[in-house]
Design a protein. Structure first.
Ligand SMILES: C[S@@+](CC[C@H](N)C(=O)[O-])C[C@H]1O[C@@H](n2cnc3c(N)ncnc32)[C@H](O)[C@@H]1O
Length: 276
């Protein structure tokens, strides 16, 4: 019992670390990405496992529900590790991120790939989805009917109002024919349990985890309840949802990805023709 409670002695350190994070989340994300020197399994980015294993687990659902003739937009693409994998499945993959430094890195990591493009955009800003849909059509990537949307690990770092704003932009991109695939962490525990799960102990915190705690907004959980609030049933039809696993870079073991319980959903815009 006492041993189980010992991890809570970490709290003062966690509070000290997170006190330094910029209050403006967009500034926080851009500062984080500007500090990233390397990515992948041994890099600085906690959620980039450097492997395609997690994506391979999504592929059959993407094949089953998303029209492979439509382009795909990867919202909150970071360094583009999933955007590049999506480019193998769709005619065009466009990554969008609020951080200019993330997009710069995604561009350099994607050099040589012809059907990938990136944009810096706040996807919670009013009208961002409509403008992006237009740009996609100009690129020749989209039929008038819309595009598919992929979101991984973004909604759980946003507050409720921003999730809803982002969902409305997603609706403008998806249109009548696009489908939305989202995968988010849905850890059932408090912040101390979360960081302990990812290898933090009283003695040490893995460096990529420490970097995230120090610089970024505190993540929340995103499951069926949160999805229903952000993507309400009057606006969205739920095609499929359930548990999934989000993979991070190796933290508590030298070579094995760490696993975070997650939630996935596939959605389509309801009544798009009547209420675009
Ligand atoms: C945890 S990372 C996930 C990155 C990527 N989806 C992946 O799984 O590798 C969250 C990303 O969302 C981006 N982001 C946060 N708020 C955003 C917003 N309002 N609009 C667009 N991107 C945003 C951050 O800059 C960051 O790259």
């Amino acid at each position: 019992m006492l041993a189980a409670l010992k991890k809570y002695l970490m709290i003062p350190r966690l509070v000290r670390l997170s006190a330094g994070a910029p209050r403006d989340h967009h500034v926080a994300w851009d500062r984080f990405w500007s500090s990233v020197k390397t990515t992948g399994a041994t890099g600085d980015v906690l959620w980039d496992s450097g492997s395609d294993h997690e994506m391979q687990g999504y592929v059959h659902r993407l094949h089953q529900h998303l029209d492979p003739r439509l382009p795909v937009v990867d919202i909150g693409c970071g360094n583009g590790s999933f955007t590049r994998q999506l480019a193998a499945l769709f005619p065009h993959a466009m990554g969008v991120d609020v951080s200019a430094h993330a997009v710069r890195r995604a561009l350099s990591e994607s050099a040589g790939l012809a059907n990938v493009s990136y944009l810096v955009r706040d996807m919670t800003a009013p009208g961002a989805g409509g403008r992006l849909g237009e740009e996609l059509r100009l690129l020749g990537g989209g039929a008038g009917a819309g595009a598919n949307v992929f979101i991984r690990g973004v909604l759980h770092v946003l507050g409720e109002r921003d999730r809803h704003a982002l969902a409305e932009n997603v609706r403008a991109i998806a249109g009548a024919d696009g489908r939305v695939f989202l995968a988010e962490t849905d850890f059932q525990g408090n912040a101390v349990e979360y960081v302990s799960h990812l290898g933090a102990t009283l003695r040490s915190i893995p460096s990529p985890l420490e970097g995230a705690i120090r610089g970024l907004p505190m993540p929340g959980r995103f499951g069926a309840k949160e999805r229903n609030l952000a993507f309400p049933a009057g606006r969205w039809e739920l095609i499929e949802d359930g548990p999934t696993t989000i993979e991070t870079m190796p933290l508590s073991h030298p070579t094995r990805a760490d696993l975070i319980p997650g939630y996935f959903a596939v959605l389509k815009a309801r009544n798009w023709e009547k209420f675009p």
